[in-house]
Design a protein. Structure first.
Length: 387
């Protein structure tokens, strides 16, 4: 019986020793592969971006860490930027895009890439790329030769990578909590328009011998999803805040939904006109369940024009107040003073073919200086169609 116990102990000891040794060997191999793969991955990333963008964009980062076992990599202090000299050359060749981007972020995460598929089949397949809290700087310059182009790159990126890769694909590209800055260089005095906490998902990017001609794809993508929460913007005249609770957009359907939109005066009814300096109409607007159909995303990307076939608004109110005790503005030009025109001052044209309203409460109130009383007219549960 003691011999049996000793034999079991020896077997357990040897088994444990073998397993520990195997784990150490596997760990060493994984470490070696990670170390060896870093310069290869670094070169692949830089070369791929440079070649696939017609030598326009470069990427830099301070550190890359990899895990071959999980198929993941992390890049630190990343910057993606355009070569301005190359851009000028592409303009002369009529191959330049309307938009130039600069992207900076502290951490970029690559998940589920398959090194064996890359080495054996020359296919670089990636499950997900995460841009965590990036700052995106976009400059738009409309070029005549890009008018009426199909929503795809001017030249297939596959022609630039075909010597080294048969396929390059990414299932999902996430921009999480992005700070987006837009500059319109088509006007003399341009300003930066900024949006924070923007979430963008690019679905199923594919670069191969056929994807460039695939009409179901938008810039080589199957879909683009946009999400924005708790957005607030002060109008250029500083009299209003524009707010929305949540915005969701899906490019494949052209459908945009807003859970709640508000145009909120920054001053109360009596003070509003005092700040303006005259008897100015004060609008207070809240709309729920807003949907826009038939949005043309390629047009917005290329020219920053928001066009939709139809807008539907269900449930909301429009309240207008005027303090008539204040002096009227002589020869006041009311063009540009109304809510829809305030929206157009955001810097991008907004064109909607049809607007459907349902269950909207509308009221107009006026404070009279002589009677010191307030008069009001209301239209409850208003519905209608505007074309």
């Amino acid at each position: 019986m003691p011999d049996t116990k000793k034999r079991r102990y020896k077997i357990l000891k040897w088994t444990t020793g073998i397993l520990v040794t195997l784990f150490l060997i596997l760990g060493g191999i994984a470490w070696l592969l990670n170390v060896k793969s870093r310069p290869i991955l670094t070169d692949r990333i830089k070369t791929l971006l440079y070649k696939s963008t017609d030598s326009l964009y470069t990427i830099s980062f301070t550190k890359v860490s990899t895990n071959i076992l999980t198929g993941s990599a992390t890049l630190q202090n990343v910057k993606i930027s355009a070569d301005t000299n190359r851009y000028k050359k592409l303009v002369s060749l009529k191959r330049a895009p309307n938009n130039l981007y600069t992207v900076t972020l502290k951490k970029l995460v690559v998940k589920n890439f398959h090194p064996l598929t890359l080495y054996r089949e020359k296919k670089l397949q990636i499950g997900e790329i995460l841009f965590d809290k990036p700052e995106v700087y976009m400059v738009n310059r409309q070029l005549d030769f890009n008018e009426n182009r199909a929503p795809r790159p001017i030249q297939s990126p596959y022609t630039f990578i075909s010597k080294s890769l048969k396929e390059f694909s990414i299932k999902k590209i996430l921009f999480r909590d992005a700070s987006f800055n837009y500059v319109n260089k088509n006007v003399n005095q341009f300003k930066v328009f900024s949006i924070d906490d923007l979430n963008i998902t690019l679905v199923d990017l594919l670069v191969d011998s056929t994807s460039w001609e695939d009409s179901s794809r938008l810039y080589l993508l199957k879909d683009v999803l946009i999400n924005l929460k708790n957005y607030s913007y002060k109008t250029p005249d500083s009299m209003y805040n524009i707010k929305l609770d949540q915005l969701d957009f899906k490019a494949s359907t052209g459908l945009l939904n807003v859970s709640k939109f508000a145009l909120e005066p920054r001053y109360d009814e009596m003070k509003f006109g005092e700040v303006a300096g005259f008897a100015r109409d004060r609008f207070n607007i809240a709309m729920n369940n807003i949907s826009l159909k038939g949005i043309n995303l390629p047009l917005y990307i290329s020219k920053q024009e928001l066009r939709a076939k139809e807008m539907a608004i269900a449930n909301g109110f429009v309240a207008v107040f005027n303090n008539n005790s204040l002096p009227k503005k002589e020869k006041e030009n009311r063009i540009g003073k109304y809510p829809h025109q305030l929206l157009q001052k955001l810097g991008a044209p907004i064109l909607i073919d049809k607007i459907r309203l349902k269950d909207i409460n509308i009221n107009y109130a006026l404070y009279n200086k002589e009677s010191e009383q307030r008069g009001k007219i209301s239209f409850e549960h208003t519905s209608g169609v505007f074309k």
